[in-house]
Design a binder for this molecule. Structure first.
Ligand code: AMP
Ligand code: MG
Length: 403
């Protein structure tokens, strides 16, 4: 495997993996099921919104010039409610229309005064405007959306407001990428299902649960397989099944240099490795390649590492497969309140808790940062992006990814 890129930086690793994307089909989903999905096509509005000039307030509509010298008394000629089907009468000078929020403006009216700035006489025939009108309380046709204009582009993740906007644009269903089916296979003779009795040499298997949650957080479907023992045969069988059933495979464990690191071995001997080892800490062992033509990330077994590698390598890959969709990577510049360990060769992704209550964000270590300590991730709301050689003493500043 001499020609396989080895111990590369994470940007190079991202590029290599992105060259073997999952090609996701698309489907139409109803708006009720659209939250969190990623648009597979641009979406243009079918209508102007608002479709007609209307009032932003409950109050009175009139000709603005009639209100220049308040108090001004006008004759009430009609009442219009939102949804009234009958066209309103045109309005002339000296006249006012009682109007409700969302009701179409009568022709000729150029201003609104909210009800609380008006006085109506006892028999409801006249209104006295106590102040000048407010032309800006007219919501103009098309001020929110223009018909035919693309308002949501391919790759947009549908947040609650964006789902609402699809409805405003007139779309009852929307085109989205199908969710990727992502296989998750933990490997290791020492792994036991959580809750089973542990013998002295065993630990609870946690990576598949954490990784499945990360896959779901990205908006895809996790297919968690039973943990596999450290043997070429059981691994081969598991990889064959997973690649038949899924679009992408994530394995955990068995990619380092040890004699029992069978994921690396089987990928070298029978698969197709595109890179191995990445300059990040924790998490330098990962590999990426193809098994039976299906993309596969071999993630490290250490639980903190597998999480970090997912965030740095798998999440960007999945985003690239959906034109940038899925939760975004948000960054923040933080000042370190604790000394953190950097590295001369690797990008250091230390787990931090970020306090944003002061005048700038301050980052604390979440505790023992060994790659086996999942608690350091569980308590974290950020990962440092300490470049090789970057100072990381108390008081130094660095970029961080928000978790
Ligand atoms: P490996 O990458 O297989 O050498 O594993 C590195 C470390 O991570 C070892 O201490 C393993 O016991 C531990 N480990 C591997 N897989 C898992 C898993 N699925 N859940 C929890 N710990 C694991
Ligand atoms: Mg192992």
């Amino acid at each position: 495997m001499a020609e396989v890129p080895y111990f590369i930086d994470h940007e190079a690793a991202q590029r290599i993996a992105a060259a073997s994307p999952i090609l996701l089909a698309t489907e139409q989903v109803e708006l009720d099921a659209a939250h969190g999905r990623v648009l597979s096509h641009d979406l243009a509005s079918k209508v102007d919104d608002p479709p007609f000039d209307n009032s932003a307030m409950d109050g009175f509509a009139f000709i603005h010039n009639d209100s220049l010298e308040p108090p001004a008394t006008l004759t009430i000629i009609q009442t219009i409610q939102a949804g009234d089907a009958n066209p309103a009468q045109n309005l002339s000078s000296g006249q006012a229309t009682r109007i409700m929020t969302g009701a179409p403006m009568p022709l000729g009216a150029t201003s609104i005064l909210p009800i609380e700035r008006c006085e109506v006489n006892d028999d409801g025939t006249e209104v006295t405007l106590l102040e000048q009108g407010r032309p800006h309380f007219i919501r103009k046709r098309g001020e929110n959306l223009r018909q035919g204009e693309t308002n949501l582009t391919q790759g947009t993740t549908l947040t609650p407001a964006k789902v609402g906007l699809c409805a405003t644009m007139g779309w009852p269903t929307v085109p989205v990428y199908k969710k990727a089916r992502v296989a998750i296979i933990s490997t290791g003779d020492e792994l036991k299902f959580p809750g089973e009795p542990l013998e002295a040499h065993q630990i609870y298997e946690s990576n598949s649960f954490g990784l499945a949650s990360l896959v779901q957080w990205m908006g895809h479907e996790a297919v968690r397989y039973q943990a596999v023992a450290d043997s070429m045969d059981s691994l081969r069988q598991a990889l064959n099944t997973a690649t038949e059933e899924c679009d992408l495979v994530l394995t955990s464990g068995g990619v380092s240099m040890g004699d029992w690191d069978y994921v690396r071995k089987i990928m070298e001997e029978e698969g197709d490795v595109h890179y191995w080892r990445v300059k990040i800490r924790p998490g330098s062992p990962p590999l990426f390649g193809l098994w039976n033509g299906t993309p596969l990330f071999g993630l490290p077994g250490n639980p903190a590492s597998s999480h970090v590698v997912f965030r740095v390598l798998v999440a960007p890959y999945l985003r690239a497969c959906t034109a940038g969709g899925g939760p975004k990577e948000h960054r923040l510049r933080v000042q370190l309140a604790d000394r953190l360990k950097g590295d001369d060769t690797c990008l250091s992704l230390r787990r931090i808790r970020i306090d944003t209550t002061g005048d700038h964000p301050v980052a604390y270590s979440t505790g023992p940062q060994g790659s086996g300590n999942l608690n350091s991730v569980a308590q974290a709301d950020g990962l440092t992006l300490l470049s090789p050689g970057q100072a990381s003493n108390k008081g130094d500043w660095c970029d961080a990814i928000l978790l």
